[in-house]
Design a protein around this ligand. Structure first.
Ligand SMILES: [Zn+2]
Ligand SMILES: [Zn+2]
Length: 311
């Protein structure tokens, strides 16, 4: 098996492209796709200060690594969703990685806002599903930190599989608002809303894993135990079945959306009116944002239970 580009011995065969490559050309191929996404969607320029949300999973570690490798000023943000040995270990791993790649690491502790509870403990008190609550808290705090620390852009590790499966789910339920917001860039539409970008949107999850392994980028192997029943996984599975029958199906499904979105949906319908939350000032479509409403409810519930809660 020869590298398609240089004809030297190939060491990987990218199944989604049926493409054999040597080590050097695999890195080049992979990084080019990241560059392409950044350029195609106007994600950021060399002058922008970028904050990367880093969970310790392969996607966020790889996106941070590649952005720094491409010469961008990119720092990392780790959000502690609870306390305990595993979270400390993850934080250590990311801290060491930050040193290796020369980026700053910011750590934000979500439990500060949840009366000392982890997001998981908070969902029990609130009787909400762990995944959606945890996701909401993460998104809120990522945005807040980026705004407060003056970053221009917040980058996340969402990959092609994530975006295609989310799009499929939204289309299956004809959730038009979500279909529109599946775009890989969310512009700044409120003074306290930082621009959001997904630089790995053109890279398959399998290739990201391969890249992390070959570059010896450390990452957490286990995914969140509470996401096992998540419906997004069903859509991912459906797409991978389709992909195994039709090579490139996932990419072409997603790129079709990129191409056709404006024709299907009139541009003026994109703007959702964002208000400022009456409590914290961050953007919301209601009067008080979901984060603040959750905190208030949490305080009430905990107050009933324990009687002594501050904040
Ligand atoms: Zn080669
Ligand atoms: Zn609020």
């Amino acid at each position: 098996m020869k590298c398609r580009i240089c004809k030297k011995e190939a060491i990987v065969k990218l199944k989604h492209y049926n493409l054999p490559l040597c080590e050097e050309h695999f890195y080049e191929f992979f990084e080019k796709r990241v560059k392409k996404a950044i350029g195609k969607f106007g994600m950021f320029s060399n002058d922008d200060r970028i904050l990367v949300a880093v969970s310790g999973g392969k996607d966020s570690m790889v996106v941070w690594y590649v952005l720094r490798k491409l010469g961008y000023e990119a720092d990392g943000l780790f959000i502690r969703l609870g306390n305990g040995e595993n979270i400390d270990k993850t934080q250590e791993m990311i801290k060491d990685f930050a040193k290796d790649i020369g980026g700053n690491l910011i750590v934000e502790d979500a439990t500060r806002y949840l009366y000392g509870l982890s997001t998981f403990e908070a969902t029990r008190v609130l009787r909400r599903s762990a995944c959606s609550f945890c996701g909401m808290v993460k998104r809120y705090l990522m945005n807040k930190v980026a705004v407060e620390m003056g970053y221009d852009v917040l980058a996340t590790g969402h990959n092609l599989d994530d975006e295609a499966s989310q799009l499929l789910g939204n289309i299956l339920h004809w959730q038009k608002g979500y279909v529109l917001r599946s775009w890989p860039v969310l512009e700044k539409t409120h003074e306290k809303f930082v621009k959001k970008v997904k630089p790995l949107v053109l890279n398959y999850e399998d290739d990201i894993k391969l890249y992390a392994e070959m570059r010896k980028i450390p990452f957490l192997k286990e995914t969140c135990p509470f996401s096992i029943g998540a419906t997004s996984k069903v859509y991912k599975k459906m797409l991978s079945v389709l992909e195994s029958d039709q090579r490139g199906a996932m990419l072409s499904f997603y790129m079709g959306y990129i191409r056709e979105k404006d024709d299907f949906f009139k541009k003026d319908e994109e703007s959702v009116n964002l208000n400022s939350c009456e409590i914290c000032g961050y953007p919301t479509t209601s009067k008080v944002c979901y984060f603040c409403r959750s905190r208030e409810k949490l305080r009430e519930r905990l107050g009933r239970k324990r009687g002594t809660i501050e904040g």
